[in-house]
Design a protein around this ligand. Structure first.
Ligand SMILES: [Zn+2]
Length: 75
Protein backbone atom coordinates (compact mmCIF):
# COMPACT_ATOMS: atom_id res chain seq x y z
CA UNK A 1 0.00 0.00 0.00
CA UNK A 2 1.28 3.43 -0.93
CA UNK A 3 0.04 6.52 0.85
CA UNK A 4 1.20 10.13 0.94
CA UNK A 5 3.43 10.70 4.00
CA UNK A 6 2.22 14.31 4.19
CA UNK A 7 -1.56 14.10 3.83
CA UNK A 8 -2.31 10.38 3.74
CA UNK A 9 -3.80 10.48 0.26
CA UNK A 10 -3.67 7.47 -2.03
CA UNK A 11 -4.18 9.68 -5.09
CA UNK A 12 -0.60 9.27 -6.32
CA UNK A 13 1.51 9.38 -9.44
CA UNK A 14 4.73 7.46 -10.04
CA UNK A 15 7.47 7.82 -12.65
CA UNK A 16 7.73 4.63 -14.67
CA UNK A 17 10.25 3.32 -17.12
CA UNK A 18 8.81 1.82 -20.26
CA UNK A 19 10.32 0.11 -23.26
CA UNK A 20 9.70 2.08 -26.43
CA UNK A 21 10.60 1.62 -30.08
CA UNK A 22 13.51 3.84 -31.07
CA UNK A 23 12.83 5.50 -34.42
CA UNK A 24 15.89 7.02 -36.08
CA UNK A 25 15.32 9.54 -38.83
CA UNK A 26 18.47 11.10 -40.22
CA UNK A 27 19.93 13.09 -37.35
CA UNK A 28 16.79 12.88 -35.25
CA UNK A 29 15.38 10.38 -32.86
CA UNK A 30 11.85 9.63 -31.81
CA UNK A 31 10.40 7.13 -29.42
CA UNK A 32 7.16 5.29 -29.88
CA UNK A 33 5.79 4.27 -26.52
CA UNK A 34 2.84 2.46 -28.13
CA UNK A 35 5.17 -0.32 -29.26
CA UNK A 36 6.08 -2.94 -28.31
CA UNK A 37 2.55 -3.68 -27.19
CA UNK A 38 3.83 -5.94 -24.44
CA UNK A 39 6.01 -3.21 -22.94
CA UNK A 40 6.18 -3.41 -19.19
CA UNK A 41 5.91 -0.33 -17.05
CA UNK A 42 8.61 -0.67 -14.47
CA UNK A 43 9.05 1.20 -11.23
CA UNK A 44 10.43 0.49 -7.83
CA UNK A 45 11.16 1.83 -4.38
CA UNK A 46 13.54 4.45 -5.78
CA UNK A 47 11.14 5.76 -8.42
CA UNK A 48 9.85 9.30 -7.97
CA UNK A 49 6.33 9.41 -6.57
CA UNK A 50 4.04 12.42 -6.24
CA UNK A 51 0.85 13.13 -4.37
CA UNK A 52 -1.87 14.69 -6.51
CA UNK A 53 -3.55 16.24 -3.51
CA UNK A 54 -0.68 18.12 -1.85
CA UNK A 55 2.16 17.86 -4.42
CA UNK A 56 4.49 16.14 -1.97
CA UNK A 57 7.24 14.38 -3.91
CA UNK A 58 9.55 11.69 -2.60
CA UNK A 59 10.86 8.34 -3.70
CA UNK A 60 8.24 5.62 -3.66
CA UNK A 61 9.83 4.00 -0.63
CA UNK A 62 8.76 7.00 1.49
CA UNK A 63 5.15 6.47 0.50
CA UNK A 64 5.04 2.80 1.34
CA UNK A 65 3.00 1.95 4.37
CA UNK A 66 2.19 -1.25 6.11
CA UNK A 67 -1.31 -2.25 5.16
CA UNK A 68 -2.04 -2.78 8.84
CA UNK A 69 -1.49 0.95 9.41
CA UNK A 70 -4.56 1.84 7.39
CA UNK A 71 -7.49 2.91 9.51
CA UNK A 72 -9.99 0.13 9.10
CA UNK A 73 -12.71 -1.19 11.28
CA UNK A 74 -11.82 -4.21 13.30
CA UNK A 75 -13.64 -7.32 12.28
ZN1 LIG B 1 -0.31 14.41 -0.06
Amino acid sequence: MYRCPECGSTNLEVVVEVWATLIQKGDGFETDTTTPTDANHEWGDNSAMRCRDCDAQEIAERFETDASDSPSSES
